[in-house]
Design a protein around this ligand. Structure first.
Ligand SMILES: Cc1cc2nc3c(=O)[nH]c(=O)nc-3n(C[C@H](O)[C@H](O)[C@H](O)COP(=O)(O)OP(=O)(O)OC[C@H]3O[C@@H](n4cnc5c(N)ncnc54)[C@H](O)[C@@H]3O)c2cc1C
Length: 385
């Protein structure tokens, strides 16, 4: 069995890979390298309980992270990887060699040039970002949220009863519509509005943080707004830039590192990738999928540990995500294709929408309907198989 496994990225994917390697009997050395100074932590509470102040910071940290039998080098960035020589270059000028490596560097927010990250402009990805936002909250503060995807929509929901004004902007007509489809997106839009979130949708916005003023301005073609803090959630990109000079690695259209269905990076030996940085071949959809969600990252970490040690593979799981907004639970399972035709299935007050493409059910979204989740998964699997 190889001696040294180096894991780059010390967060959900990296930590869970390390823990699972130990659980399935990997006895070599494991080193986690992470650019953040915090011990591995989970991000879902950052846009929910942490900024709602219903959750202490300590509960974000992944359990057992200190006591696990692997070493961590935190506050250190990997700057290059040579997959032939099996060496990784680090930001302190040193080099670390590996027998096996797992890339778990996640994703970084897409930024806007006129709105650099600052105390007033927050791209919510890390604990530092969440604490900067949380520390400024009061019932006098005006918050603008740009981007009504998972993160922006959650932030608007979490802050709606805490501050004086929340305005949510998106160029689409509805929040999260690509992920959950227009029917549920309309229900979510109404939910935001009934909870006091102002929605400005279907329009472009420009954001200007002039540095000289004590507010950030957001302009649409017809209106101008001033906010004390603006949160921007217009998407993320895989944090794989540091690998771009490595020979023979393959990246998908958004820059995610491509791997086979076991997590092994294409055309390499002993190099694996998990989580938001990855694009794995999915045997059910018969294509590479780039998924940016918690459960998929955990499943990939479990599978990679098994691929490395030869332990039996985990059972296949469809991509799955959840979000909580205004006290309601929204879950998505499978994939919503761009040409999706959605079918709305009412179940009393609980909703289920199935996504159809090429005469198959490719995915679904559920609104306060977790009892229907297992049935929905089996319908999707039966349709796709
Ligand atoms: C605010 C927020 C809320 C979320 N809520 C949900 C939710 O409700 N449900 C859900 O399913 N998913 C949610 N997600 C998504 C989920 O958190 C991610 O899918 C998950 O964190 C991916 O894990 P990862 O380990 O791949 O990447 P990350 O968690 O991004 O971790 C990657 C780590 O690698 C480090 N790193 C990057 N580059 C380097 C480098 N070159 N060298 C060393 N270290 C590096 C980063 O600093 C980071 O610490 C949320 C995400 C955020 C930001």
């Amino acid at each position: 069995m190889p001696k040294r496994c180096v894991i780059i990225g010390a967060s959900l994917g990296g930590f869970r890979s390390a823990r699972e390697l130990r659980r399935v009997g990997f006895s070599g050395e494991i080193t986690l390298i992470g650019e953040e100074s915090f011990s591995p932590y989970q991000r879902p509470p950052l846009s929910k309980q942490l900024i709602k102040k219903t959750f202490p910071l300590e509960r974000c940290f992944l359990r057992g992270s200190v006591a696990e039998p692997f070493s961590q080098q935190l506050g250190l960035t990997a700057t290059a990887l040579d997959s032939h020589a099996k060496k990784i270059q680090l930001s302190d000028g040193k080099e670390i060699s590996y027998d096996l490596a797992i890339v778990a560097t996640g994703a970084k927010p897409v930024t806007i040039t006129t709105a650099a990250p600052s105390d007033r402009v927050i791209y919510l990805r890390t604990i530092d970002d969440a604490l900067r936002l949380r520390d400024q909250l009061s019932n006098e503060v005006r918050i603008g949220v740009v981007g009504a995807g998972f993160i922006g929509s959650e932030v608007a929901s979490s802050l709606s009863h805490q501050v004086s004004r929340v305005v949510l902007f998106d160029s689409d007509e509805q929040p999260m519509s690509k992920a959950i489809g227009p029917y549920l997106a309309q229900a979510l839009k109404e939910l935001h509005e009934s909870n006091g979130v102002e929605t400005i949708f279907g329009t472009s916005v420009s954001i200007v943080d002039s540095q000289n003023e004590d507010f950030v301005s957001i302009e649409t073609p017809s209106q101008q707004f001033a906010f004390d803090v603006v949160v921007i959630g217009i998407g993320v990109r895989p944090a794989t830039q540091w690998l771009k000079d490595s020979d023979s690695l393959h990246f998908d259209a958004v820059g995610a590192l491509m791997a086979d269905k076991t997590g092994r990076v294409l055309d390499t030996d002993d190099l694996y990738v998990v989580g938001d940085a990855s694009s794995w071949f999915d045997p059910i959809y018969q294509q590479h999928l780039h998924v940016e969600h918690f459960e998929s990252t955990v499943n990939q970490a479990m599978q990679v540990a098994r691929s490395i040690t030869g332990a039996p593979s985990i059972d296949y799981e469809l991509p799955f995500a959840w979000t909580e907004q205004h006290g309601q639970l929204i879950q998505t399972v499978g994939v919503r294709m761009e040409d999706s035709k959605d079918e709305v299935i009412h179940q009393k007050d609980h909703l289920l929408v199935t996504f159809h493409s090429s005469e198959k059910i490719t995915g679904a979204a559920l609104f306060n309907n977790s009892e229907a989740l297992e049935w929905t998964k089996s319908e999707i699997l039966a349709s796709l198989s």
